[in-house]
Structures are given as C-alpha cells and as structure tokens.
Design a protein around this ligand. Structure first.
Ligand code: MG
Length: 256
C-alpha cells in the first residue's frame, strides 16, 4: 500500500495557492490592500513552512503589510503565525472558509482555468498510473479538503482507493486508524514533503511499520533533506521508475 501526501508530492500548486490566498485575503483586508498578482518571492519562500491551508491567506495579508513583519516569519514561523492571527483577530475557521469559498467559486465559474493552475509532477503521475494499471492500491492523505483533492485527481484520471482530507484529522492519527484496519499490518510507504509530519509519524511506535519517505521534489525547507533521523529516507524522482517494492524502505525494525 502506498499513501501519499498531495500538495508538493503529487501536484505543484504554487500558482493556485497564491491565486486563491490573495483573493481570500482581499476579502478580509481593508479595500486597497497591496496584493500583487504574480506569486511573490516571499510567498514561495514561506510555503514550505505551511501546514494547513488557512495559513496561506494569512501569509498573503502579511505580504501586504499586515500582522507580524516577514522577518518574524523567517525567524520563527509558528510564533509569528500565532501572533499575526491574534493581531488581526481572524479565527482560523474564517480563513479556511474564505479560502474554500474562493476555490468553490473558481470551480463553479471556470473549472478548467482553476485546474490549470495546478501542475502534477510527471514522474509521480506516471508512477501512480502504473500502480493503477497493476492493480496496486494507493491512497491520498492530505491537509487539503478531500473534495478539492478529488476534483484535481480525477482531472488527471487518477483514482486512489481513498482520499483522507483535513476533515479526517491529523495525519499520524489517520495512519494509526488505517493501519489498525489492515489485516497484514503493513508495510506501507508514506510519501511526504513535510519533514515535521514524518517526524511526528516516526514518534508513534504503533506506526513503526510505515516506511516514511521524504520526497526531494516537494516544498522542502533549506536543510530538510540533510541529517535525516533513523526511519526517514529520501525519495528521488528516478526511484519512481522502479517497481514499488524497490523504493527505499524506512520502517523501524524492532529487535526481538
Ligand atoms: Mg505537502
């Protein structure tokens, strides 16, 4: 079984993240806020730190000069995020709703244009199509809403066995529930571009049988690919040309 994150692993959605984040932020900020049309460099640089979608409209507001200064985000992302939320008095749910509304409207008014803002990674697309043709099961585990994820996957004729979205809870918890239902108890491969998520999975002994693979092509922070802890391996695009059984293995093997 292969379980894959979506953003930064299957699809490069950078253009869409900014496109929808700036529109959501524009609805919440005073009229006339400066939100450039092209993806700002600061947004590209901070995207690898993003965990949940609602953080992106907040980053757009920060780039427009509201909340904490950009330097604070580079110094300590989590603290600057919390301080900005408090300063702007925006509940997380409001940011999520604004982002969802922008996307729903984009799909309703010009679905093709919205889909075209997303670029699947060709090697990943080929690997997933190959798994499907071989009848091997795969699933998606993402912090994105399952609905938007399904929309994007079906536009590329991809049909995962299941899509677990932000509605399903934190990734380590979803993995534990799924693994508990798996009669064979793994081994599974879990593909991510967020090292912190893999480290959180690795911290759960019940998930020892999960091979945690950090994809080199995603939204990595500087240094993320270096000095990986035991139980997390890098996955390079070239490896995807090989059969799944030959991809790196990173499960924790318990000594008997
Ligand atoms: Mg990701």
């Amino acid at each position: 079984m292969l379980i894959s994150d979506f953003d930064g692993v299957i699809v490069d959605g950078m253009e869409e993240y900014w496109w929808s984040a700036r529109r959501a932020a524009a609805q919440l900020l005073p009229a006339g806020a400066q939100l450039p049309e092209a993806v700002p460099e600061a947004f590209r640089q901070l995207r690898p730190q993003v965990h949940h979608g609602w953080e992106m409209p907040l980053l757009a507001a920060v780039i427009a000069g509201y909340g904490q200064p950009l330097a604070a985000f580079h110094a300590d992302y989590a603290s600057a995020l919390a301080a900005s939320l408090q300063q702007l008095a925006w509940p997380q749910a409001q940011l999520t709703e604004a982002l969802d509304a922008v996307r729903q409207q984009a799909i309703a008014s010009d679905r093709q244009a919205w889909l075209a803002l997303h670029r699947p990674y060709p090697w990943m697309l080929q690997a997933l199509q190959r798994l499907e043709s071989e009848g091997l099961p795969w699933a998606v585990l993402t912090t994105k809403s399952a609905g938007f994820t399904a929309e994007l996957l079906s536009s590329h004729q991809l049909h995962p066995q299941a899509i677990y979205g932000r509605e399903d809870g934190p990734k380590p918890e979803v993995l534990q529930r799924l693994l508990a239902q798996d009669a064979r108890g793994g081994p599974w491969r879990f593909l991510e571009d967020r090292r912190l998520t893999l480290e959180a999975v690795r911290a759960v002994p019940a998930l020892d049988a999960v091979h945690c693979l950090l994809v080199t092509w995603g939204y990595l922070r500087p240094g993320d690919a270096q000095d990986l802890p035991a139980g997390i391996q890098l996955l390079e695009p070239e490896r995807l040309e090989q059969p799944l059984a030959q991809w790196p293995e990173a499960a924790i093997v318990q000594a008997n």
